[in-house]
Design a binder for this molecule. Structure first.
Ligand SMILES: Cc1cc2nc3c(=O)[nH]c(=O)nc-3n(C[C@H](O)[C@H](O)[C@H](O)COP(=O)(O)OP(=O)(O)OC[C@H]3O[C@@H](n4cnc5c(N)ncnc54)[C@H](O)[C@@H]3O)c2cc1C
Length: 502
């Protein structure tokens, strides 16, 4: 049995970041990971003869944190490429496309060409959302305590805090439709907000999704050179450089409290530690490791992703004949939206285990921006995220024609003959995420509360990282401020452990 100050369970980006801060603080850290490599959902893997990202690889909030500087990740090989424009908005109906650029004026100039009636609406939206988006960005690396909120609000002004509170209580559809009356302006924020969170667009408490455009004017989306996994590889290098140890292929199956700390069990080894950080889904710690009943019903996963190698670049029909002013339309993620009524119908279809005819898509071709992801001289990698694709698909996933149907649907948006350019492809469905990444029912967790809940410390272990049992901690996307690749939760959980152990 080896003895450590802290054992961290799960080497997703949050577990790695947490472990790296602990090691940097001089603690003896062991990080155990079930898979044979680190990174979790933020990793880049070998598949279909290429390097492909598990997630969609648009890193946003992590860029607002001090993590890259504090862990000196550039020295450990991390380099980001800016994704600007950040979004290309397309619809299944072939409505006029629009780009969201980092610069709001460039965005407005584009809208003046394709949606002149929405220009003043966009300006009003920018004016109202600016202070709240600044507050979100300035809080992104911090804790959810009232002192940090007040300190940030004092610098930015109370207006942002008031807007944040009032929008967070409303639905995304309600907030956005108070500005925009053309669906192609409403829908991308609904798709990148509530749809990605698995929520209905008119569900109360989703209103902060309306900040989606405003935040992208304050922070530039980035993709690490070499793929999303270059972030987690750099954090691993920083962790090991500070003396931490990583053990892959080590699935934890049990955790026990002992007289003077905790015992963590894997098939190959038993570890003793003063503290344990669960950096996998907290429900896994409670039910699988500690053998407790799960009081909260497990949400079902709803995301799938196709990765394909293409012999040539796709060309969107909706962009043909438009003067793009030198913009490469394959750099941003394309958000492909159905109509609003189809999106609302998709909510019911998801509950019934069905995928709608025209699903919501998030599409990018990472090899266009990043040469290192090319396949040979001219091969490109297509990343096609499809929403919603329920874990419990009616008729079951094995043998289902759904994934082929999504590719066929996507083909209708691009040049004729696109299907012949696909050299190889694979799909990851919710059951695949469950099997390969330990995501229960294929669900990618995110913090279940609002920012107000977080300030109040609710639910307590998820907002404050400390479990009721002394020496047990949680981090990960299920904890505040979890949603995607952010890392603040890993950093905050490390601060809680360091303060308690010292
Ligand atoms: C299809 C898809 C697309 C996405 N696109 C984006 C995007 O573009 N931008 C963005 O910001 N976010 C995106 N996300 C979300 C983002 O990838 C995740 O929220 C984030 O990576 C979660 O990180 P984490 O460190 O909290 O957990 P995870 O990455 O889930 O890491 C948990 C780790 O714990 C390990 N583990 C589990 N059980 C055990 C056990 N018993 N013993 C040991 N180890 C264990 C797992 O193997 C895993 O490595 C996407 C997610 C999906 C599924």
């Amino acid at each position: 049995m080896s003895q450590h100050d802290v054992v961290v369970i799960g080497a997703g980006h949050n577990g790695l970041i947490c472990a790296a801060y602990l090691a940097k603080a001089g603690l003896d850290v062991m990080l155990v990971e079930a898979r044979d490599s680190v990174g979790g959902c933020a990793s880049t893997v070998d598949a279909v003869g290429a390097r492909v990202n598990i997630c969609n690889c648009d890193h946003l909030m992590v860029r607002a944190t001090p993590i890259a500087d504090e862990l000196d990740l550039a020295t450990h090989g991390l380099r980001y490429l800016d994704v600007d424009p950040a979004l290309l908005a397309l619809t299944w109906d072939g409505d006029a496309p629009w780009f969201l650029f980092s610069d709001p004026e460039r965005t407005v100039a584009w809208l003046a060409k394709t949606y002149p009636s929405q220009v003043s609406a966009y300006r009003a939206y920018l004016c109202d959302s600016h202070a709240a988006a600044r507050l979100v960005v300035s809080l992104s690396g911090g804790r959810a305590d009232i002192r940090s909120i007040l300190a940030n609000a004092a610098v930015i002004g109370g207006r942002g805090a008031r807007r944040l509170l009032s929008w967070s209580r409303r639905s995304a559809l309600d907030v956005l439709s108070s500005y925009f009356d053309e669906e192609p302006l409403l829908l991308p924020a609904l798709v990148t907000g509530p749809t990605v969170w698995g929520r209905d667009p008119d569900a109360e408490g989703t209103g902060l999704a309306a900040l989606g455009y405003a935040v992208r004017h304050q922070l530039t989306v980035g993709r690490p050179v070499g793929g999303s996994g270059a972030l987690t590889d750099a954090v691993r290098s920083a962790l090991e450089g500070a003396g931490g140890v990583v053990r892959c292929s080590s699935r934890v199956f049990g955790v026990e409290q002992s007289d003077d700390g905790w015992i963590v069990k894997t098939a190959a080894a038993i570890y003793k530690a003063r503290a344990v950080v669960g950096a996998c889904d907290p429900r896994t710690v409670r039910t699988d490791f500690l053998g407790e009943d799960d009081p909260t019903p497990e949400p079902d996963g709803f995301e799938s992703k196709i990765d394909a190698v293409l012999t040539e670049r796709p060309r969107y029909l909706a962009l043909e004949g438009l003067d793009l002013g030198g913009v490469d339309p394959l750099v941003p993620t394309a958000v492909v939206s159905p109509t609003l009524s189809e999106l609302i119908a998709a909510c019911e279809a998801k509950r019934q285990g069905k995928v709608v005819d025209r699903p919501m898509l998030l599409v990018n071709v990472p090899s266009v921006l990043d040469d290192s992801m090319r396949v040979g001289e001219s091969g490109h990698v297509l990343s096609l995220e499809v929403l919603w694709t329920p874990y419990g698909l009616q008729g079951g996933w094995p043998g289902s024609n759904e994934p082929q149907r999504w590719l066929d649907q996507y083909s209708t948006l691009v040049q004729p003959g696109f299907a012949d350019t696909i050299r190889a492809w694979r799909v990851m469905t919710p059951p695949d995420y469950e099997e390969q990444f330990g995501m229960r029912r294929g669900y990618a967790p995110s913090f279940p509360g609002t920012p107000i809940d977080a300030v109040r410390g609710k639910p307590r272990p998820l907002a404050r990282y400390r479990a009721d049992e002394p020496g047990l901690y949680f981090t990960g996307a299920a904890t505040y401020p979890g949603a995607g690749i952010w890392g603040a939760s890993g950093r905050n959980a490390a601060a809680a452990v360091i303060s308690d152990l010292s």
